[in-house]
Design a protein around this ligand. Structure first.
Ligand code: MRU
Length: 326
């Protein structure tokens, strides 16, 4: 993306693992949906095994897939749901369990479509026709299903004849904003302007931004949340310029077992993504040290509200997130 759209057929667990690792499928909810379908495909290879052996192999493969990326909770969330299907049916043949696994993957996928639609509705209620939003990374249909999360309100509103402008951060180093967000918004007929990450401050200072909408990979119980590297800087800028800052995600992204952002594992990626990935020749000395964290944590104090399919959650997040699950 965006120059070629290539569909890949994946059969082995190694191919599925690599697709997540290499971000061929990425975005927290999309990773979860993909993992559920992937486990159905992988488990077909040993559907003739008796239950105990099937379960043992299934759990090992599920743990293997779970090791592909650590930050987005949706991966382990979806894998756990599918493992529960296996655990709960010792009385069934492995072939019948396989059918249930396909159904579970389809359910996770359908639920995501419904959640994205509801998130889009709640997000849209915070916008008025003509507003301009700034977004970081990609939290649109390519990261989820149907409307996406952070882009959902804009896409839904556009379908209803409203007009929005979007400033999309290019999102170094993997350029999800340039490659995916600007592509998706252009396709949908939205007025999108691509900026480098370090230009967010000037567009805010110019008074051009009404709200910041971003996705999330894991929301801790106190409202801190991990999202693509650079998100916390955008939140700090938004606070400085008095611009409301929202994170949008399905409730499956809220991890009540993670007390604060300090407890979130941040994925470190290959330094060559910084040194050379997008260039005809390396743009840094070959041996230069690089540090390449893929995500950062935005402090809950910078967040105006968390928008989920269940509603808009305002501070105090520790109390209000707990209420959401009660
Ligand atoms: O590394 P990526 O491309 O998977 O990072 C994606 C993000 O940070 C998204 O904002 C997040 O997963 C939410 S997608 C709805």
């Amino acid at each position: 993306m965006p120059n070629r759209t290539v569909y890949k057929e994946l059969k082995t667990k190694e191919e599925c693992w690599e697709s997540i690792k290499l971000l061929q499928v990425r975005g927290a909810p999309a990773i979860g949906i993909f993992a559920a379908y992937a486990m159905y495909v992988i488990a077909q290879q040993y559907a003739d095994l008796p239950y105990a052996k099937f379960r043992e192999q299934y759990r090992a493969d599920s743990a293997y897939l779970n090791s592909s990326r650590p930050t987005a909770v949706n991966l382990s969330w979806a894998l756990k749901r599918c493992e529960a299907v296996v655990d709960e049916h010792p009385d069934l043949s492995s072939r019948n369990i396989l059918n249930l696994l396909r159904k579970e993957a389809e359910t996770i996928h359908e639920e995501d479509i419904a959640m994205c639609t509801s998130i889009a509705e709640y997000g849209l209620s915070l916008l008025k026709d003509g507003d301009t939003i700034l977004t970081h990374c990609n939290a649109g249909p390519l990261a989820t299903s149907r409307y996406g999360t952070a882009l959902g309100p804009v896409l839904l509103g556009t379908e209803r004849g409203m007009h929005f402008r979007v400033f999309a951060d290019e999102t170094r180093p993997l350029l999800q904003g340039a490659r995916l967000t600007s592509y998706e918004l252009q396709q949908a007929g939205v007025d999108v302007t691509l900026i480098c990450d370090n230009m967010a401050s000037i567009v805010m200072k110019n008074g051009w931004i009404n709200a910041v909408f971003v996705g999330c990979d894991r929301i801790a119980a106190n409202g801190d949340f991990a999202n693509k590297i650079g998100t916390s800087g955008v939140a700090i800028l938004a606070k400085h310029y008095g611009i409301p800052f929202y994170t949008l995600g399905p409730s499956s992204t809220i991890d009540m077992n993670t007390p604060t952002g300090d407890d979130i594992t941040i994925e470190l990626r290959d330094p060559d993504e910084i040194r050379s990935l997008w260039y005809r020749e390396p743009m840094a000395p070959a041996a230069v040290k690089c540090w390449n964290p893929s995500f950062d944590v935005t402090d809950h104090e910078l967040v105006t509200a968390i928008i989920t399919e269940k509603g808009i959650i305002y501070p105090p997040f520790s109390t209000n997130l707990k209420k959401l699950f009660n």
